[in-house]
Design a protein around this ligand. Structure first.
Ligand code: GN1
Ligand code: MG
Length: 375
């Protein structure tokens, strides 16, 4: 979109000063994100994030914004009560000039403050950063402890209910739409489909959700998208600052957030690494993340939740693979793909499955690490 048009949109939000610079942010597979720098009335520079939310994925944006406002308000109030700083605790949405009750301009647009002196990582070699990533996910849990999860809207129904993802894959497999065009994709994905639809694997997909249903584990407020690139780190110290992208905050299981963090944290490989030999599920990386995570949730996590953690890592990896594969077979309708990378979603699925295969071999090692930290 043209810069002039973006500036025109930005002017509908309550910000002092003038926009002077706009950059496209390349991360994220769903929304379109821009960083806008303003010159304030005091002649200082201040950055904001302008986003076009994809309402095919998030059809009820007012409900989504309501969830975000509720959880961020809760975090701020609790921190104030505890005498803790709130300046970089969580994201802050900007109101629109016409005071839209949900902070939305023209159906899809919203603006938030850019959190100062922070950066993100797609991957990292550093064990310290991984441990900080674990802390970020754990802190989110800690800050929202006591929030009544059932008050939140289920923004994407059955988001991490993996059997539902399996059904969506089955629909993609049996759909007769555009069959000619998709035929080639079915051929290329043959082995991947076989791997994914293995009966043993499918049989494990409902364990965590069953425990939630039976109340063996508590319903938590979960972020549901704790991948490494959704964590802000301090530019100078590399300490985790907070989780961003709260679009999928919903009621869920603790293991979803732990699992999604480690899906991207356990390896140095990118999510779409094409050279499978570069993908290595490293138990030392698992340990670094786990250590950080458990240090923050140690007073709130239940015994049964501890038991679900390794399965959560497996499940989030499997689930993303299923989703990438289904989207590939559907013709890339959900996740944004890079036009320069042929079969991008299939590549993503294969990379996830390589990780999954290695995780399956390391299940006992993962359990051992969790024990080592006293759980
Ligand atoms: C999407 O919005 P983004 O790009 O952070 C997706 C996640 C996937 C992730 C895979 C709403 O996250 O569930 O795990 O891509 N978000 C939604 O990278 O579907
Ligand atoms: Mg997201």
């Amino acid at each position: 979109m043209k810069k002039e048009k973006l500036i025109e949109i930005a002017k509908h939000f309550k910000i002092d000063g003038e926009p002077i610079k706009i950059e496209v942010c390349q991360s994220g597979h769903i929304n379109k994100t821009y960083a806008i720098t303003y010159k304030t009335n005091e002649n200082e520079e201040k950055k904001y994030i302008l986003q076009y939310v994809n309402t095919n994925v998030f059809p009820n944006l007012p409900e989504l914004m309501t969830n975000i406002k509720k959880v961020t308000k809760y975090m701020n109030e609790r921190a104030i009560q505890n005498g803790e700083p709130i300046d970089r605790l969580t994201i802050t949405m900007i109101d629109t000039l016409d005071n839209n009750p949900h902070g939305i301009y023209n159906k899809n647009w919203r603006m938030e403050e850019f959190i100062d002196n922070t950066k993100t990582y797609l991957t990292t070699e550093s064990m310290e950063i991984l441990s900080e990533a674990g802390k970020a996910a754990g802190k989110f849990q800690k800050h929202l402890h006591g929030f009544p999860a059932e008050e939140l809207y289920e923004i994407i129904p059955k988001f991490h209910y993996t059997p539902n993802r399996v059904s969506q894959l089955n629909e993609a497999l049996s759909s007769k739409e555009n069959l000619e065009k998709r035929e080639e994709r079915f051929k290329l994905a043959k082995d991947t489909i076989e791997f994914v639809t293995d009966e043993n694997r499918l049989g494990k997909t409902n364990i965590i959700t069953k425990k939630l249903e039976n109340k063996e584990i508590p319903l938590r407020v979960t972020h549901n998208d704790t991948k490494l690139s959704n964590i802000l780190f301090d530019k100078d110290t590399d300490k985790a600052v907070c989780l961003i992208d709260l679009d999928t905050v919903m009621p869920g299981a603790l293991a979803y957030d732990f699992g999604e963090g480690l899906r991207t944290g356990i390896t140095t490989a990118k999510e779409d690494e094409q050279d499978l030999s570069k993908i290595y599920a490293d138990i030392n990386r698992f340990e670094a993340y786990t250590k950080g995570f458990l240090s923050e949730v140690k007073n709130t996590i239940t015994r049964e939740e501890v038991n679900t953690l390794p399965l959560g890592v497996w499940m989030m990896t499997y689930e993303n693979a299923i989703r990438f594969l289904a989207d590939y077979l559907n013709g890339d309708v959900y996740f944004a793909v890079d036009e320069n990378i042929e079969n991008h979603n299939l590549i993503r699925a294969k990379a996830q499955l390589e990780l999954l295969r290695q995780m399956e071999e390391k299940e006992e090692e993962m359990k051992g690490v969790i024990k080592k930290y006293g759980f």
